[in-house]
Design a binder for this molecule. Sequence first.
Ligand code: DGL
Length: 280
Amino acid sequence: MSQLQTSKRKHPIGVFDSGVGGLTVFKSIVDKLPIYDYIYLGDNARVPYGTRSFDTVYKYTLEGITKLYELGCRLVIIACNTASAKALRTIQQNDLLNFDEPFKVLGVIRPTVEELGEYSKTRHVGVFATPGTVISNSYPLEIQKLYADISVFQQACPMWVPLVENNLHNTEGGQYFIKENINQLLIQSSEIDTIILGCTHYPILLPLLNSFVPKHIKILTQGEIVSNKLEDYLYRHPEIEVLISMDSKRTFFTTEDPQSFNNKAHLFINLEVSSLHIEN
Ligand code: DGL
C-alpha cells in the first residue's frame, strides 16, 4: 500500500456556527493554521440562536455537529458563543460517546476566559453577548473558576446580531442601539478596563466599538485567542492532530441560501466563498 492509502489524515476540522458570524473565528483559525482542511457549517436557516431556549440551542447544535461528523470531521470547533454556553457541556458529557469513532468538540468560552487574566489590571471585566449567553451565566462562572478576584459585568445586546445580519450597524439607528448597550455596560462599573466580545458577530462592530468605548478599555475579540488555543490543543493532542487532512481545502455549507451566505461572507469579512446548501 502506498503511504497515501495508509495515511490516517483524512478528517477536516469542522467549524460550526449559527450563521456567518463564526467566519470571524474561522478566518483567524485558517490564517493561523492554513495547512489543514476545514469544513464550515452555518445554520443560517435557524439563526439567531441567541434568543432561543436551552433545549432548542442544544438540539440545533447537536444536529450541526452530527452533520460535520457525517461529513468526515472528528474535531469540531463551536465558534458560536451561545451554542458553547448552552449546548457544549451536555454534548461533551452525554453525546460524544454515542458516535462510532472518537469525536472531539471544543467551544470558545473557556479559551477566551483562559486568556483574560493577562489583560485586566482593575479586575473589573465587561462582557457583551447575546441574551442567551448572558442568561446562561457561562462567562461569570468560567471566569470565577480561574480568577476568583475578577468581577464580571454582563450586557446583553439583542439588537447587535440583527443589525450586523442586515448590514444596518453603520446607520444612525444602528449606532443608537450600540451606544445604548455600551452605556448600559459601563454604568455597571467605572473600573472596567477589559471587555470581552462574547459573540461571533461583534468583531464586525469593532471599528464602531473602538470609537464609542473609552480608549483605556481593551476590547478582546476571540478569533486570535481561539486560533492560538487550537494550535496549542493540536500540539498537546498528537493523536488527534495526526487524523487531520492537510490539503488546505476549505468547504462551506449553509442551511439557507448559498448566495446570501457568500454575499455576507464577502461583505462582512472580505472572504470569497462558494458555499453549498445542506438541509438542517
Ligand atoms: N453565533 C452567535 C453567538 O456567538 C450569535 C448569532 C446568534 O444569535 O445565533 O452567540
